[in-house]
Design a protein around this ligand. Structure first.
Ligand code: MN
Ligand code: MN
Length: 459
């Protein structure tokens, strides 16, 4: 009976039972590269900047739209306003035969400074924020924070800001109430316990010498003016993001896990990037997308719904075919993270259809919520294609969905890619504590996601 069971049942194996010693070393090496990237890429702009640096180091050049159709083996990138990035490696086949696309996002939940952020209260200076993406607000208090971003000046110049990353830099914090006085707060629901308007960063406490009001605010502005040459009005045209200041670290006694901020979705962004940077002359043109604005709906000029994507593909086609022709024969992996099964919160998952840590890249036929609402729902044929591709290339993979039926849900860029008449499927790294200031992934799953992207490009 064991024999027939083995033949007919679908049993999954822990990825470590399939990984030999040599490949384990390759996995470690890959994860070191990823951890370095994650440490540097604290915002979408920094994620793009670092990706460009890595791409240029292996011969990618800025794309010139006047170049005509992309040539086999040609390596190009196109920065979408410094906040999104598209890279391509020309294939042996023409663009009319379609391309292989992987699409991840490099924005992550965070606290954006408001356009008039600075104020003083109780002789302390604060920076008001407006949260970006889906967060549990209570997780963002009483942890060290950094401030990163860009200030666009009226004269057209820009000033890049990064405070808190370098050793010895000051950092920021959002204070929380001591338990001794939190009787009222603790009886509230977790959504109400910390309010959005209370997510204000402590920014200083020393008053400017002299008399008058708002002396601490003045002293803070004076420091900013010395360092960056800005005045209070310049916050109006700034994008400043408060992000958790935690270093990326190995977790667990066996060092098998990775802890860090922004792994949704920079973990998949890096997997795609590492895969496309390893290509020389694929069969079909490879396209790697690092999109912005996914966490707030993929809208806007740098989001995945933007025609910046059509523009780039049209340029690569260079008159050889229409974008529509190319799309109709293309294949896309929407590379985004999924929820890992958490034994501490087992009741939100249906175990046999949940992604498990160390079981490899998670393939999702559909996302969405309720009755698959908002899902792109990949065709069975597309699922079969990726399943075969993974098996043929030694990729440990698992089929998963996000949580129990009617427990909640979420989405990715998949529906926007599929809406363009591109066969699309979701695949990505399972994450514990997704959207928290410090997210957890497994090295094996990160590495298998990279292998999956590479297999797709090399098909
Ligand atoms: Mn995501
Ligand atoms: Mn997300």
């Amino acid at each position: 009976m064991d024999e027939i069971k083995e033949k007919l049942f679908y049993e999954q194996k822990n990825g470590y039972d399939l990984l030999d010693a040599q490949e384990r070393l390759t996995c470690e090496e890959y994860c070191r590269g990823y951890m370095d990237y994650l440490n540097v890429a604290r915002t979408e702009r920094e994620a793009v900047k670092e990706a460009i640096r890595l791409a240029e180091a292996v011969g990618f050049a800025p794309y010139d739209p006047s170049n005509g159709p992309i040539q086999a083996g040609e390596k190009v990138y196109y920065s979408n306003r410094g906040k999104g990035l598209m890279l391509a490696v020309g294939g042996r086949q023409p663009m009319k035969n379609g391309c292989v696309i992987t699409a991840a996002h490099v924005d992550a939940p965070r606290l954006d400074l408001k356009q008039r952020p600075l104020y003083e209260d109780g002789e302390l200076a604060y920076l008001r924020t407006h949260y970006y993406g889906g967060i549990k607000k209570y997780q963002w208090t009483a942890i060290p924070m950094e401030l990163h971003g860009t200030i666009a000046m009226k004269d057209g110049s820009t000033v890049d800001v990064a405070i808190g990353r370098e050793p010895g830099d000051p950092q920021f914090v959002i204070t929380d109430l001591l338990p001794h006085l939190a009787k009222d707060q603790m009886s509230k629901t977790m959504t109400k316990g910390v309010e959005g308007e209370k997510l204000c960063l402590l920014a200083g406490s020393v008053p400017y010498a002299g008399d008058g009001s708002d002396r601490v605010k003045l002293a803070v502005l004076s420091l900013l003016n010395d360092r960056y040459g800005i005045t209070e009005a310049d916050f109006i045209s700034a994008e400043l993001e408060a992000v958790p200041a935690f270093d990326v670290r190995e977790l667990g006694l066996d060092r098998s896990l990775i802890g860090g901020y922004g792994q949704d979705d920079r973990v998949c962004a890096y997997a795609e990037l590492a895969a496309i940077l390893s290509l020389e002359e694929p069969e079909r043109t490879a396209v790697c997308i690092l999109a912005d604005k996914e966490e707030i709906g993929s809208y806007g000029v740098t989001g995945m719904t933007s025609h910046a994507f059509e523009y780039f593909i049209q340029c690569l086609c260079g008159g050889g075919c229409t974008v529509e022709d190319c799309f109709s024969r293309s294949f896309c992996i929407s590379a985004d993270v999924t929820a890992a099964y958490d034994p501490l919160y087992a009741d939100v998952s249906e175990k046999s259809n949940s992604a498990r840590i160390n079981y490899g890249v998670g393939l999702c036929k559909f996302t969405g919520s309720g009755g698959k609402s908002g899902a792109s729902d990949a065709s069975a044929e597309v699922v079969a294609y990726l399943r075969r591709l993974c098996d043929e290339n030694g990729v440990t993979w698992q089929m998963c969905e996000l949580g129990k039926v009617d427990q909640g849900g979420g989405g990715t860029v998949a529906l926007y890619m599929a809406g363009r008449n591109i066969d699309t499927i979701d695949a990505g790294v399972p994450v514990l504590s997704m959207h928290a200031p410090f997210e957890t992934t497994s090295k094996l799953d990160c590495y298998m996601t990279y292998k999956c992207m590479k297999a797709a490009y090399n098909a």
